[in-house]
Structure formats: structure tokens, C-alpha cells
Design a protein around this ligand. Structure first.
Ligand SMILES: Nc1ncnc2c1ncn2[C@@H]1O[C@H](COP(=O)(O)OP(=O)(O)OP(=O)(O)O)[C@@H](O)[C@H]1O
Length: 824
């Protein structure tokens, strides 16, 4: 069980369990002199194309010529491997910094404090009539009443129900039920682009050749490009495709590119590899026999890396023996590696022409190498991939997944921010963001650029992007001022101006203009050309800004971000997705809505449930203290009926309700237990229950146990009723027949116990009913008054909780003042 670096030979590895990529990848030898022996040889990020990861499957291995056996050196074992990190993430998930949980601990600590005081008081009080041991037992009884031991179990049941529903209804698997509650508080969702918002499959639209520094007319059919041209050879060879069981497999983008070109790929057989000298990993020739003289052999592969955004191959022309390096990748990167005088001046305009339409554009370039084979073999990557000649642009169509727009609309209507974090080009990302309605039609986009990245402290440029027209606005104080003003508060996503930038600009701003970081985090909508590490960092920055972040990705280059998010939703079922709390089998973006709805419902349930458990324990505490004051107590069966027959049943019923499956609403559920709404509701209900218990206690002085038992039994049902939260986040009570039926049954049973209990039942419960019917009617009147006041006051409190607080009024006034100022 280890990660290993390949030193000799080539391997074809199925990494789907780790990365989610269904196509096997080619791993090539690290190819450097002194590899693994010296320091500074192996770079984890750059050399992923030479690393064999633990848990992945080697489909095929091949030795290269006379190099010797295929050889790899172990670099990490056990938990230190990449798979080990995934297992660690599952076994020891990062602590969920969730307000609700923190508040619940504080609340339990308060209950424990109350229990300790009650314990001391009870022991002291009971010592007057009982032995020390008995007095301590009475005191311990109180502790178990005030700090409900079933609280953790009750809280877990709600999340378990939500977890089961997510799997059954939406095919979303959840590894950590606690994360469901956290998902209920999400106010910002980051989306990866390729494979998440857009389909995994691509279609080749065409090729735009570049010749002598000039952009030529696009060719829709690349097979018409002359076979003896570098462009044709590049399209045929610059990929990491391989043949597994007679089938060509590899990156879908590479497959489309290769197939469009009508060349044939051959790989050396184990028994004839001596023919391939220098050792070719594959040989490519045009399908048309007449063109056989253009056959090329691939001698070295520099695999694709997300961090570098490019890949290369070194080929040898079998006719003239010349070596050529072909390099393809993100256009900005490839053009930066080309000879500047050969890069067409209008290439940016052409690039924008395609990217603004949402096409995925890759640039391709070449350089003829003069060096002999043994030198090329040990040449470093950066010494091969420079001084290139641009060959052209390859344009791919990458359609949106169905349903993206509806998801975006629903998220915006619910005031949830949406952000795109992608490794792709900024213009393509902007176009996709517009097409899927992540950027609403009425929003203005400011693209932030740096005039010259080469010189530190060069000014930022803000470019207004309106529709498909680019209207450059030079460094503009007003826009910066705008950013500052808008960025003062946490953005709700409804602000009119948003910001788009690349990973490079983002890194620059973080170092050179940190005062803008918080504003950009609040206004940013598209973060393009982001490396996997930058994606993860962005999620963490947003969290530091106060957002509860959801991340939706397809696993491959999003693993870090998925793991860092408060709720990571992986649209791939690879093992790496174990780092994210949720995994959607269907691979559709709709999973995000399912998770949010279930999360909001689970959070509401947890609130109701927590309030219920806290309220029942304090209500029972009041009853027991009142009875203790008369040196009395509930009978064993009375305790059993209250604890098992009422509280356990109603706690379960409160936990099992499904979400309201309608559209997400604007107001997210409360995430703080100790905030005004929940705390007030709990305290007021406790007050009401206490007052009516005391009234019953004094109303029937000769049957106090009867009065307290009957009224408190109704109160446990009543508390479940008032703390049942239905719409907007959960299905209404009217749809929960089990809850309604059990409530009616419990109340009817209580009426029966009050008025017509059979002798045997009365004896079993040790119930001493008042002789006079008048007394029983008085208790019934108190019960009805209790029910009425509890329900009415709870409704009033719920309305009150939705009103703006004085601090909100203060913010509104501030905003009004600003508007007045700007109109002067
Ligand atoms: N097979 C490939 N060969 C060469 N370049 C590639 C290849 N695949 C992608 N690229 C380039 O590298 C860039 C970064 O790729 P990466 O996989 O990190 O992100 P992405 O797939 O574009 O977007 P997302 O982050 O939304 O999944 C791409 O935008 C593209 O320009």
C-alpha cells in the first residue's frame, strides 16, 4: 500500500477510484537524471504524471526499449498516501464549526448548572426527612431529568432520517449526517464548470490554424489539414491516449481531437518492442496510405497537469529522424511560451470571439529540436516547452447540463450566492455563467485585470463586460469606490455589480492590494484559471468572510475545495469524493437543491427537537420540584409513561418529518440557538408551562400528584405541537398523519385518565383522582387555557422573530442615508 514514482517504463493506470476520471491515464517515467536520488527532483504537483497512486489500478505496463524493467520507487506508505489522506478525511473529518452545535453545547452547560444547583438544594432539603443516601438519590434523579440523556440520540435521529431520504429520493449519499444540518445554513455555493455545470462530453467545433504569425480561416474538419503539416502531426500526437484491450482510451478532449484528424495510433507489442528504437510509446500515421511518409513516433510524454494547464509530447519523424516537441493547453499559457513575434496580434480578439460564445479553446504549438535523442531524454520540461511556434487554436463545444438555469434561478430567489470557480478561460467561464443564468441579465460585470503582471504594484484595471461587448474602462476610482461600498457588508448576491477575475489576478491582489480582498470576496462571481490549490483557498477565504460555503465539483481537480467547504457536493462517486460530505450519483446539478432543502429541513427539525428536549426536561423538573416540596413524587409507571409513552414517541415524531419540497425560500432557517427567536420562544413556553403547573398544583390541594401528572402529561404533547416547525422549510403538520393521530390519541388517553379511569389503571398509575367532578373540571379548564395561551403566544413570537432587529433598522437607515447622499 504505497504511492510510487515511476523511474523506468510507462504505465496505463485506471485512477477512477481516486479522481473520478473514468478514462485511464498514462504515467511516464520521471525522466530526469538522478531522479529520486537527489533532492529537488520530485515535485508532488508537477510530477503527478509520473506518480502511481495507492488504490489505483495499473491496467498495462510497458518497458521502454533497452531501459530495463518497469521500475517505480515507493515514496509514501499507509496513511501518508493520497488514498490514506482520503481515508483520514473520512475517519477524522475536520471539526464542523457550526453555530447551532456550539450553541447547543452552551445550552447543555446551562442545564448542567441548573441541575447542579437543584442537586445541592434537594440533598440539603431531603436530609431533613431522609437518610443521606436517599437524599442523594433524589438529587441524582433531578440531574437526569434536567440534562436529558436522550438528547444526543434524539438529535441524531433527525439527521439519520434526512440522510435516508436524500439517498432514496435524490440518489445523494451522505457520509457525515452532521453535515446535513450544516448544509441548511449554506448561503454561498461555489460551482466548478467543466463536468459540473457543463457536460463531461465535448464536441470538436473546428481548428483555427496560425501560419506565419497570421490567423487563418477556421477549418471545421481537421482531417482536411495536410498530413505533412505540423498542425496535423500535432493533432495526431499531442495527447496521452493509449490502447487498452484494443480500444483507444484517454481524456475525452484528447479523444475528440485525435479522432477528428483521421490518423491511426499504434503501440509496440511486448514481443516486437526492439523495433521501436529510440523507444516509442506510440507510433502515429495518417490513415491514407499515400501519406505514410509522415509517420511520427512519440518518444516522450509530458502529461497534462491542472496546475500547469498544458501537456506536451516529443515526437520523431520516422522519415527524416527529426525531433519535434508539440505542446497544447490553455491559450494564455501556450502563447506565453511562444516566440512573441510569431503570436498573431489579433489572437486575443479571435480567442475572445470563441470563448465569449462559451467554447472551450485550447492552443497548440511546436518547436523543432536540434539535440540528439540521449540529450532530449534528460532535458527538463521547462527547457522543452519554450520558444514555441504557434500552430493554432482547437475549439470545442461543451454544452451545459440540463437544468442548470433552473437551479441558478432557485438559488438566487432564495438569496443564496452562486460563484463559479474554474480552471478554464475567463471569457468561456463568463459565457457559461451567463448561459446558465448564474450571472443575471441585469447585473453588470467588472473584469479585474492587472496592467502588467511582471511589475509589482502595477495598477489594477477594471474592464466592464456587458453582454458580449468588451468596453475597457481604465483604472477608475469610481469603480474601486463602488467595490468598497458594496463590499462593506456580506453580499447577499442581489447586488447589481459583480466581479470576474483570473487566479493570477486574484493571487496578485491578495499580495499587493489586500484591502480589496474582502470586497472581491463579496462581489466575485467568476474566478477563472484557478489551480486546484487556489480553489481550496478561495473556499477558505469565503468562510473567513463569514459565508457558509457549499462546493459543487466533479472530484478531479476540486477535491481540496470539496473537502474544505462546509458542505462539499461531489458529482462523482470516485473514492476522492469521500473527502466531500455529499456524493450525487446522478451527476446532475439538481443535487445541490436536494441537499439544501434536506439541510434546511434538518436544521429546522434540530431546532424544534432541541427546544422540545430542553423544554420537556425543564417542565419535568418543575413538576418534580413542586412534588418534592410536598415530599411526594411521580409513581414509577407515571415516570415510565411520561418518558417512554410521551417524550420518546413525540421526539421521534418531531424528527421524522420530510422537507417541504417546494422552491427554496428567501429566509434560511436560524442557525443560532441562542438568538432572539428560539431563546424567547423556549423561555416563554417554559414560563407558561410553569405557571399552569403551579395553578394545577394549588387548584387541587388534595390530589396534587393527579393535578401535576395530568397537566404535565398534556404539556409534553403541547410542547411537541408548538415546537413542530412546518413550512417554509418542512412539510406542514396537516400532512403528518402519524403526528396528528398520536397527538389525538395521547390527549384522549389523558381525558380517559382524568374522568373515567378503570380501577386497575388508576392503581397501576398510582393516581389519586379528586372525588369531586368540579375539581377535575377545574384541571380540564386549566389544560384548555394552557393549550390556548401556548399556541397563541408561540404564533405571536414567530411573527416577532421575523421583524427586523434594531440593528437591522440601523443598517437600513445607513443605506437610506447613502442613497440620499448619492442623489445630491
Ligand atoms: N487534455 C488537455 N490537454 C491540454 N490542455 C488541457 C487539457 N485539458 C484541459 N486543458 C487546459 O487546461 C486548463 C485547466 O484544466 P482543468 O482541468 O484544471 O480545468 P477545466 O477542466 O478547464 O475547468 P474546471 O475547473 O471547471 O473543471 C483548461 O482550461 C484547458 O485550457
Amino acid at each position: 500500500m504505497c504511492d510510487a514514482v515511476l523511474i523506468h517504463g510507462t504505465c496505463i493506470v485506471d485512477e477512477s477510484t481516486l479522481t473520478g476520471e473514468s478514462v485511464p491515464v498514462t504515467k511516464t517515467a520521471i525522466w530526469r537524471e538522478g531522479a529520486v536520488v537527489g533532492e529537488d527532483i520530485y515535485d508532488e504537483r508537477v510530477d503527478s504524471g509520473s506518480t502511481l497512486y495507492c488504490g489505483t489500478k495499473v491496467v498495462q505496463s510497458r518497458k521502454n526499449g533497452r531501459e530495463g524493467e518497469v521500475l517505480a520507487v515507493c515514496i509514501r506508505t499507509g496513511f501518508a498516501t493520497t488514498k490514506g489522506a482520503v481515508v483520514r478525511a473520512v475517519l477524522y473529518p475536520p471539526p464542523l464549526d457550526f453555530k447551532f452545535e456550539k450553541d447547543s453545547y452552551k445550552f447543555v452547560a446551562c442545564l448542567a448548572a441548573v441541575a447542579s444547583i437543584a442537586f445541592v438544594y434537594t440533598v440539603y432539603d431531603k436530609l431533613r426527612k431522609h437518610t443521606l443516601i436517599h437524599a442523594i438519590f433524589y438529587g441524582l434523579d433531578l440531574i437526569t431529568i434536567v440534562v436529558p440523556p436522550a438528547l444526543p440520540a434524539a438529535m441524531t435521529v433527525g439527521s439519520m432520517h434526512a440522510q435516508a431520504r436524500l439517498k432514496r429520493r435524490s440518489a445523494v449519499f451522505c457520509l457525515s449526517p452532521r453535515a446535513i444540518n450544516v448544509a441548511g445554513g449554506i448561503d454561498c455555493v461555489c460551482f466548478d464548470k467543466t463536468g459540473t455545470l457543463t457536460e463531461d462530453t465535448l464536441d470538436l467545433w473546428g481548428v483555427v490554424p496560425i501560419e506565419n504569425g497570421q490567423i487563418c480561416q477556421p477549418t471545421r474538419d481537421p482531417s482536411t489539414v495536410p498530413c505533412d503539416s505540423h498542425l496535423s502531426a500535432a493533432l495526431a500526437s499531442c495527447h496521452s491516449l493509449t490502447i487498452v484491450k484494443g480500444e483507444l482510451v484517454g481524456d475525452p478532449l484528447d479523444l475528440k481531437m485525435f479522432r477528428s484528424n483521421d490518423w491511426i495510433l499504434e503501440e509496440p507489442q511486448m514481443d516486437n518492442e526492439s523495433q521501436f528504437d529510440p523507444p516509442f510509446t506510440s507510433v502515429l500515421r495518417p490513415r491514407r496510405q499515400a501519406e505514410l511518409r509522415t509517420t511520427v513516433g512519440v518518444v516522450k510524454q509530458l502529461p497534462f497537469s491542472s496546475d500547469l494547464s498544458r501537456m506536451s509530447v516529443v515526437c520523431q519523424n520516422l522519415t527524416d529522424g527529426k525531433f519535434t516537441v508539440y505542446c497544447k493547453g490553455a491559450p494564455e499559457i501556450i502563447f506565453s511560451l511562444c516566440q512573441p513575434q510569431l503570436v498573431p496580434r489579433d489572437c486575443e480578439v479571435t480567442l475572445q470571439h470563441y470563448t465569449q460564445k462559451g467554447y472551450r479553446v485550447i492552443a497548440i504549438a511546436y518547436r523543432e529540436l536540434e539535440a540528439p535523442w540521449f540529450e532530449i531524454k534528460t532535458t527538463k520540461r521547462e527547457d522543452l516547452e519554450w520558444n514555441l511556434n504557434p500552430l493554432g487554436l482547437i475549439v470545442f463545444e461543451n454544452p451545459l447540463k440540463p437544468g442548470c438555469s433552473e437551479v441558478m434561478r432557485e438559488l438566487h430567489n432564495a438569496n443564496i450566492r452562486t460563484i463559479m470557480v474554474t480552471g478554464d478561460n475567463l471569457q468561456t467561464a463568463l459565457s457559461v455563467a451567463r448561459n446558465c443564468e448564474m450571472i443575471q441579465a441585469d447585473k453588470s460585470i467588472q473584469e479585474i485585470r492587472i496592467s502588467s503582471l511582471a511589475c509589482a504594484h502595477s495598477p489594477l484595471t477594471f474592464t466592464s463586460v456587458t453582454g458580449i461587448d468588451i468596453n475597457p474602462v481604465n483604472f477608475n476610482e469610481k469603480i474601486v469606490e463602488n467595490l468598497r461600498i458594496e463590499g462593506e457588508e456580506k453580499s447577499t448576491g442581489t447586488d447589481r455589480m459583480c466581479v470576474a477575475l483570473t487566479g493570477e489576478t486574484w493571487s496578485y491582489i491578495k499580495i499587493n492590494a489586500p484591502e480589496l480582498v474582502s470586497n472581491i470576496l463579496n462581489q466575485g462571481i467568476v474566478f477563472a484559471r484557478m489551480s486546484p490549490g487556489q480553489k481550496q483557498q478561495l473556499v477558505q477565504d469565503l468562510q473567513a468572510q463569514g459565508f457558509c460555503v457549499g462546493m459543487v465539483g466533479d472530484g478531479a481537480n476540486d477535491c481540496g475545495a470539496l473537502g474544505a467547504a462546509n458542505a462539499g457536493i461531489s458529482l462523482s462517486d470516485a473514492e476522492a469524493s469521500a473527502a466531500s460530505a455529499f456524493t450525487a450519483r446522478t451527476r446532475g446539478v439538481h443535487a445541490v437543491l436536494a441537499v439544501l432543502k434536506e439541510g434546511r429541513a434538518a436544521l429546522t427539525t434540530s431546532f424544534g427537537l432541541f427546544k422540545y428536549m430542553a423544554a420537556y426536561s425543564l417542565t419535568e423538573f418543575t413538576s418534580v420540584m413542586l412534588l418534592y416540596s410536598q415530599d411526594s413524587n411521580f409513581s414509577d409507571l407515571q415516570y415510565l409513561y411520561i418518558d417512554l409513552g410521551l417524550i420518546t414517541v413525540f421526539a421521534y415524531l418531531l424528527s421524522h418529518g420530510p422537507p417541504s419540497y417546494g422552491a427554496l425560500v428567501k429566509n434560511a432557517p436560524e442557525t443560532s440557538l441562542l438568538s432572539r427567536g428560539p431563546l424567547l420562544s423556549l423561555l416563554v413556553q417554559l414560563g407558561i408551562m410553569g405557571v399552569f403547573q403551579m395553578a394545577a398544583f394549588y387548584a387541587v390541594p388534595h390530589s396534587r400528584n393527579y393535578g401535576i401528572f395530568v397537566i404535565s402529561s398534556v404539556q409534553y404533547v403541547l410542547l411537541a405541537f408548538v415546537f413542530f416547525h412546518g413550512p417554509p422549510h418542512r412539510a406542514p403538520m396537516s400532512q403528518d398523519w402519524l403526528f396528528i393521530g398520536t397527538t389525538i390519541l395521547a390527549l384522549l388517553f389523558m381525558l380517559y385518565l382524568m374522568f373515567f379511569p378503570a380501577d386497575v389503571i388508576e392503581k397501576l398509575f398510582d393516581l389519586k383522582s379528586p372525588d369531586k367532578v368540579k375539581d377535575r373540571l377545574l384541571v380540564l379548564f386549566l389544560i384548555l387555557a394552557n393549550i390556548f395561551s401556548a399556541i397563541v403566544i408561540e404564533q405571536i413570537l414567530r411573527i416577532y422573530a421575523t421583524l427586523p432587529r434594531w440593528t437591522d433598522w440601523h443598517l437600513l437607515a445607513q443605506r437610506f442615508y447613502r442613497i440620499c447622499q448619492s442623489h445630491r
